[in-house]
Design a protein around this ligand. Structure first.
Ligand SMILES: [Mn+2]
Length: 245
């Protein structure tokens, strides 16, 4: 299918939770002029502890490099899991091959909607105030993910449907501190400060397209659990797709 731009984030390559096979499916099924990676593409933070890598992880990178050498404009916005690359940035941007690496960018749709795009960890008060607790949370998340795999293997044996523990925990725990709402509130504040029509982030693995006070909030989701992404069609409309887990 021909589209204008594909927006993806939170692939977390290098970890076992990453689902590069799903992303490869998307890269195969869509033809696009521009690819915008909204952070946490390669999980360098997790790879410092433990590396998980298979052929699909390599193929994703090769495929994107190949696209960037052809006619596709590729932008790579850095997230908190690939922030090590931020030290490479000079004046906020650097090019690796044909890929433009940056911290944020402005994007205009065919309909003239002006979108400010960044990974979103900038709004994460939890990371800012408790960086150490955040790392602990990350480890707990990985652990819950493993427990979930075993639990679902049993459910599957008994003929039950897939159920996501970490998604459940995330909704419960983060709702308790109105985590997601804080994101939307800070996003709205940023839209006003940057004087644009919309904001697009990733980071919280919670895909959505929403109207907030006449502005728009887009979240690209992730390729770990929800396997979701956004795209702009050739008419300038942005769509959210959630694949089966
Ligand atoms: Mn992130």
């Amino acid at each position: 299918m021909k589209i204008r731009t594909l927006f993806i984030s939170d692939i977390h390559l290098g970890t076992s939770k990453s689902q590069p096979d799903k992303l490869l499916e998307v890269l195969k099924n869509y033809e696009f002029d521009r690819l915008i990676i909204v952070g946490d593409f390669i999980d360098l933070t997790a790879m410092k502890r433990k590396i998980y890598w298979n052929q699909d992880h390599s193929t994703v990178i090769q495929k994107i490099l190949r696209l960037s050498r052809k006619n596709v404009q590729v932008d790579y916005i850095l997230g908190n899991h690939d922030y090590y690359l931020r030290s490479l940035l000079q004046d906020g941007t650097i090019s690796i091959g044909n890929i433009n690496v940056c911290d944020c960018l402005y994007y205009e749709t065919l309909l003239g909607e002006n979108i400010y795009i960044c990974h979103g960890d900038q709004f994460d008060g939890f990371i800012r105030i408790h960086p150490f607790l955040y790392i602990l949370g990350d480890i707990a998340y990985e652990l819950s993910y493993k427990i979930n795999t075993v639990y679902n293997a049993i459910r599957n044996l008994l003929g039950f449907q897939y159920w996501s523990l970490s998604k459940y925990l995330k909704t419960k725990v983060k709702n308790a501190v109105s985590f997601i709402n804080d994101f939307k509130f800070l996003s709205l504040k940023t839209i006003r400060e940057k004087q644009c029509d919309a904001i697009m982030i990733g980071h919280i693995h919670h895909p959505s397209i929403e109207h907030i006070e006449e502005k728009k909030y887009y979240n690209t989701g992730d390729f770990c659990e929800t396997c979701s992404f956004l795209y702009e069609d050739e008419k300038g409309i942005i769509h959210l797709i959630m694949m089966d887990p």
